[in-house]
Design a protein. Structure first.
Length: 269
């Protein structure tokens, strides 16, 4: 009966629409979910309309892929002003930059003799968001990789050390935190256990970070205890979510959640 504060839809790299996500959440008896698509808020109008229709709590959100030096850090933003012009401009610039990056990755594949047309990638997107998932799905759809070794193929072509990989250079972590805070939102470090470097947290807190995603499928109980303590020491909010992508065999909706909302939703004020 809790809240899953980390969920992706077809507007980024998930496989379900906001309506399907909310219907599933209601079946799972969740009280609410946050839609936190990567680098886009394009799914939020549909999500909030469906939530209103079905009398369900939808927390508006986003998950930014950010750079902190050489580290990739994921920052969740919640309940910010959806019309904040600085935030909207930055999101548009990130999406633009993602388009260029994905295009360049496809060109790299082509240079390695993989005959994948850019149009095949774009066909698989719902919004302007494009990422490695879409390139991968296009490679599978075009039978350019063998589904039997899909995991290895992802690694080989698109993994961090893959032939066609290009790193993200879209937004600095501190800038993302400041932008979301300035738009009246709540900023949370996503899956700190996956980041694996707690020393970075201090700097993020100084920049205005408000919470830690303590409850997360890949965080074993000991790690949860560790981050609960860290959150208490820094005076941070404790959040949690499943990082559900609607993909069979991966995290399940509601697999990690919080019993109560760690912040007051503006729409409830
Ligand atoms: P991007 O943000 O464009 O760098 O893409 C990251 C996304 O790629 C992740 O959110 C996943 O959806 C996808 N991804 C990462 N690793 C794998 C993998 N081994 N197999 C399939 N998809 C993956
Ligand atoms: Mn993802
Ligand atoms: Mn993430
Ligand atoms: Mn995520």
């Amino acid at each position: 009966m809790g809240y899953d504060l980390h969920v992706h839809s077809i507007y980024s790299d998930g496989s379900l629409s906001p309506r399907e996500l909310i219907e599933k959440a209601i079946l799972r008896e969740l009280e609410g979910i946050a839609l936190t698509d990567h680098d886009t808020i394009a799914g939020l109008p549909e999500a909030s309309a469906v939530a209103t229709e079905l009398n369900f709590t939808l927390i508006p959100g986003i998950e930014f892929t950010t750079d902190l030096g050489q580290s990739e850090v994921h920052i969740l933003g919640y309940d910010f002003n959806l019309h904040d012009s600085a935030l909207l401009q930055k999101i548009a610039a990130i999406i633009e930059s993602r388009q260029e990056r994905a295009r360049a990755m496809v060109q790299k594949l082509q240079r390695h003799g993989i005959d994948l047309a850019w149009e095949k990638v774009v066909q698989l997107t719902t919004s302007k968001f494009v990422g490695r998932t879409h390139i991968f799905q296009a490679l599978l759809a075009e039978k350019l990789i063998n589904p039997g070794v899909a995991k290895e193929a992802f690694h080989h072509y698109l993994g961090k050390h893959g032939l066609a990989y290009i790193p993200h250079r879209e937004i600095d972590t501190i800038e993302a935190i400041e932008l979301v805070n300035a738009a009246g939102g709540v900023t949370v470090l996503a899956h700190p256990g996956r980041m694996g470097n707690d020393l970075l947290i201090h700097k993020l807190v100084e920049a205005g970070l408000q919470g830690l995603e303590v409850y997360y499928p890949a965080h074993p109980p000991q790690m949860v205890q560790h981050y609960l303590k860290l959150a208490a020491d820094y005076g941070l909010l404790v959040t949690g979510g499943s990082d559900y992508h609607g993909i069979r065999g991966q995290n399940r909706l509601g697999e990690a959640q919080v019993e109560q909302l760690p912040f007051v939703l503006k729409s409830l004020l």
